[in-house]
Each structure stands twice: as structure tokens, then as C-alpha cells.
Ligand binder design. Structure first.
Ligand SMILES: Nc1nc2c(ncn2[C@@H]2O[C@H](COP(=O)(O)OP(=O)(O)OP(=O)(O)O)[C@@H](O)[C@H]2O)c(=O)[nH]1
Ligand SMILES: [Mg+2]
Length: 242
């Protein structure tokens, strides 16, 4: 295949200069019709790094990954979008594979850290608090919203692809990290096919985590509770959104 993909590769960046330096040469930039970065206000040279390489930078007036997803969707002209965080966690060789899953009919494609054959960053430790919380939240989401689709093993990972129109249709509202959880829940509720690939999660390359466990965990629970009126048990009854 020589044609470029009708897809926008979105780089989500907030002070990720080390991660970008490490992964840059492995990104399949020339395979995508559009490549953009959404910057949450970097001050570590990330903006200069992107500008030197001719990558358009989209700014956000309000901080947060959820806002960044919507900024990208509003600005893109491509049919599909792959969201990539260049911080060392995500394997660049999965980028095109995620878009392939959309081309094969998925309405949401997720790089799963918990599917058979996958590795998540905590797998080497005995104590795995993040993985346990992730798995618990994923089980709740499947239990409450997945009405007959296959079990989704990772409702939270941000490394994912979706059609631009579909993302807009979901009318997401989350400003910060649980954007992916809300997307997954809303796709499940609609009965949209969700496909996953098993990914190998790497360790963060320098910089600092923006995902502080306790506040981010709390925000996920909040999303779960606010989406609950749309649980599958209430189908056919009142719904909060169509
Ligand atoms: N544009 C934008 N990007 C953000 C924002 N917050 C975080 N990011 C990016 O989103 C990605 C994921 O954030 P991380 O802090 O790595 O979260 P995490 O992967 O759960 O945590 P780690 O295990 O520390 O990597 C990184 O590439 C961040 O730079 C934001 O407000 N705006
Ligand atoms: Mg990360």
C-alpha cells in the first residue's frame, strides 16, 4: 500500500521532550495524511522539537487530555484518528495496526495492556496498584454497559483509534484523564464493535507523570457514576443521552 492513510495521527504532548527524542524515528509519520500535536502547555522544549520537524501544534485553552482529544477532532480533516502519547509507554509499531482495526470494521480500536499476550508497565512488580484499579474499572464498565459485545480487556488505555465523526457523535465531556473511559463506555452503550490488539507497554522515558494515581482514580469513578443512568439494565427506559 503506497497511499497515505485517511487518518490523523495525534500526538498528545505535555512536556515529553525525552519521550519524543526516544521514539521519533519509529513513528510512521509519512503513512498518515495528517500528523498534528496537541500541546497542553509544554515548557521543556517539546514545542520547539515539534516545530523544527514541521508538525502543526494545536493549543488548548483549557488543560487536560479530554480537552486535547476534542481539540484534535475539531481541527482534523481526516476520516479516522489515532491518538498517541510519545512518552515511552506506547509501542510505535502498533500505530498503524490500530488504524487497520478501524478499516476492518471496528468503531473503536484499543491497544490493550491486559489482553492475552500483552504486557503492562507494572507486570514485573509484585504490587501492581495501577493495574488492579484499571482491571476493576474495566470490569465494572463491561458489566454495566457492554450488552453482548465481546469482553473489552482495557477500557482505559489512551492508545486508541476512532473515526473522527464517531468521536464527535459521542459528545464526550470529560476534561482530563478519564476521557478514554468515557469513550469506551459510550461506545459499549451504543453497541459499537470494539476491537483490541495486545500491546507491550514500555516504561516512561524521562519527564514526569501527569497521571497522579489517586485523583485520576477518583475521576474515573466519577465518570462511571455519571454514565450509570445509561447502563444496559435501563435500556428501553429513560436515557440521559441518545
Ligand atoms: N495535550 C495534552 N497532553 C497531555 C495532557 N496531560 C497529559 N498529556 C499527555 O498524555 C500522555 C499520557 O500522560 P502520562 O502522564 O504519561 O499518563 P500515564 O501514561 O497514565 O502515566 P505514566 O505511567 O507516568 O506514563 C503523555 O504523552 C502526556 O504528555 C494535557 O493536558 N494535554
Ligand atoms: Mg504515559
Amino acid at each position: 500500500m503506497t497511499d497515505k492513510r485517511d487518518c490523523c495521527l495525534v500526538l498528545l504532548v505535555l512536556n515529553e521532550i525525552d519521550g519524543m527524542k526516544a521514539c521519533w524515528d519509529q513513528l510512521p509519520l509519512d503513512r498518515f495524511r495528517e500528523v498534528v500535536a496537541v500541546d497542553g502547555g509544554s515548557t521543556d522544549g517539546s514545542r520547539e522539537f515539534l516545530a523544527e520537524r514541521g508538525i502543526p501544534i494545536l493549543d488548548q485553552n483549557v488543560p487536560g487530555r479530554g480537552v486535547a482529544f476534542r481539540v484534535a477532532a475539531d481541527a482534523s480533516h481526516a476520516e479516522r484518528m489515532v491518538f498517541y502519547s510519545p512518552d515511552g509507554n506506547e509501542d510505535p509499531s502498533d500505530i498503524e495496526r490500530l488504524d487497520d482495526l478501524l478499516l476492518q470494521g471496528a468503531r473503536l480500536a484499543i491497544a490493550s495492556r491486559f489482553a492475552e499476550g500483552a504486557v503492562n508497565e507494572e507486570d514485573e512488580g509484585l504490587f501492581r496498584p495501577r493495574a488492579w484499579v484499571n482491571r476493576a474499572l474495566t470490569h465494572f464498565a463491561n458489566y454495566a454497559f457492554n450488552d453482548g459485545g465481546g469482553f473489552v480487556t482495557d477500557t482505559i488505555n489512551g492508545f486508541r483509534a476512532i473515526r473522527r465523526e464517531d468521536l464527535l457523535t459521542l459528545q464526550t465531556t470529560v476534561k482530563r484523564f478519564p476521557i478514554e473511559y468515557q469513550m469506551s463506555i459510550r461506545c459499549m452503550h451504543r453497541g459499537w464493535p470494539i476491537a483490541e490488539l495486545a500491546t507491550i507497554e514500555g516504561q516512561r522515558e524521562g519527564g514526569e507523570s501527569k497521571a497522579l494515581s489517586w485523583p485520576v482514580g477518583k475521576d474515573h469513578v466519577k465518570v462511571l457514576l455519571t454514565e450509570l443512568p445509561n447502563a444496559r439494565w435501563f435500556k428501553g427506559h429513560a436515557r440521559a443521552w441518545s
